[in-house]
Design a protein around this ligand. Structure first.
Ligand SMILES: Cc1cc2nc3c(=O)[nH]c(=O)nc-3n(C[C@H](O)[C@H](O)[C@H](O)COP(=O)(O)O)c2cc1C
Length: 347
């Protein structure tokens, strides 16, 4: 199960050699987090957080785009807005910065965005959605993709027609989150419907929603026959997850999940990068990542409570080093007890 995903652009075509992608996640998939994910997933397509085209024009978010070219591996830039001209300009700026492709957000259910006609509101305003795609396709040479949902408030609203129109307008790949806008995150992602829509389209389709581990990914690929899968919430606290799933899809059994000690060192490294780039604010951003990563070992919840209250990097580092020492001591004691036990057994 390893065929590549081939994407056509107006002047530049792209090939993706991994079937697993990182979702755009606002407030999460910044360049520093993507660099972490990249350690385990060198070939996967990783998406930026959604970037607002209008604010980009005013100078906000420029940093988010400028950093793309500095990364190794394919990075898709996701743009949201309802102004065709602004979206095209943002797309061009992203292309010049080294974007692998441009994705247009047509799925975000957040009221503030949908109310202004962006994100999932484009499912209703199909004319504008098509105009956006056509404009961006004209503005850049790289492939243009769309991420959307199964409908606005019901699955009965002829989403097929919407997808056909997007395809005809020059969209080169569509990611489907298997819920409607009304569902938000409730219910289950409808992989069956994703599979039905995949069969109707000629361009690659990526399945999204409720894929958290290799088994989910393999089941979803089997059920939908999609060209790839996209992982959102499953990455929170587990930046190795895209790599882990990629290994499973490629039937490579050599994936090694980091152990507790390595996961704790990962927190320090991540914080280090955040502080280097964002100063003191880095600690605030690190807190949510810490609370997602610091779990599933003895003493995790106690440590987590202390880490998210730590006032600087020194305190975080000291707490983690102390925990690593405790874990090592426990391991040694356990090994010693085992040796004593087997010696006694032999006596
Ligand atoms: C914190 C968070 C931020 C998100 N930000 C974006 C975004 O910027 N653009 C987008 O298209 N979807 C965004 N989404 C939706 C995800 O990309 C994805 O479609 C959704 O979470 C379903 O996939 P999952 O079940 O793997 O999480 C976001 C979701 C979460 C939880």
């Amino acid at each position: 199960m390893s065929s590549n995903i081939k994407l056509k652009g107006r002047g530049i075509n792209r090939i993706i050699t991994s079937k697993v992608m990182l979702s755009p996640l606002a407030g999460v998939t910044d360049n520093i987090f993507r660099r972490l994910v990249r350690k385990w997933a060198p070939n996967s397509l990783l998406f930026t957080e959604m970037i607002n085209a209008t604010s980009l024009k005013k100078g906000f978010g420029t940093q988010k785009i400028n950093q793309i070219g500095l990364e190794e591996g394919p990075v898709g830039v996701q743009i949201f807005d309802n102004r065709p001209h602004a979206v095209s300009e943002a797309a061009k700026q992203a292309e010049d910065s080294g974007a692998f492709l441009i994705d247009i957000n047509m799925g975000c259910p957040v009221k503030k965005i949908a109310k202004k006609g962006g994100g999932s509101a484009l499912i209703k305003d199909r004319k504008l959605a098509i105009e956006l795609v056509k404009n961006v396709v004209k503005a850049v040479k790289i492939p243009v993709t769309v991420k959307t949902r199964l409908g606005w408030d019901s699955k009965e609203e002829n989403i097929e027609d919407f997808l056909f129109k997007l395809q005809d307008a020059g969209t080169t790949m569509i990611t489907l989150h298997g819920r409607t806008r009304k569902q938000g995150f409730s219910g289950k992602s409808d992989w069956e419907m994703i599979g039905r829509l995949k069969r109707l389209l000629e361009i690659p389709v990526i399945a999204n929603g409720d894929i958290k581990n290799p088994d989910d990914a393999l089941n979803c690929l089997k059920q939908t026959n999609a060209d790839g899968v996209m992982i959102g919430r499953g990455i929170l606290g587990s930046p190795w997850k895209i790599g882990e799933i990629d290994y499973a899809i490629k039937e490579n059994k050599n994936f090694k999940e980091p152990n507790t000690e390595e996961k704790l060192y990962l927190i320090i490294d991540h914080l280090d990068e955040l502080i280097k780039e964002k100063g003191d604010h880095g600690l605030l951003i690190a807190r949510k990542h810490i609370s997602w990563t610091c779990k599933d070992f003895k003493g995790a919840s106690n440590l987590r409570n202390k880490l998210v209250r730590a006032v600087d990097k020194n305190e975080v580092t000291n707490l983690i080093n102390k925990m690593i020492k405790t874990l090592k001591n426990e391991k040694n004691t356990l090994a010693l007890n085992k040796t004593n036990y087997s010696l006694n057994e032999n006596n």
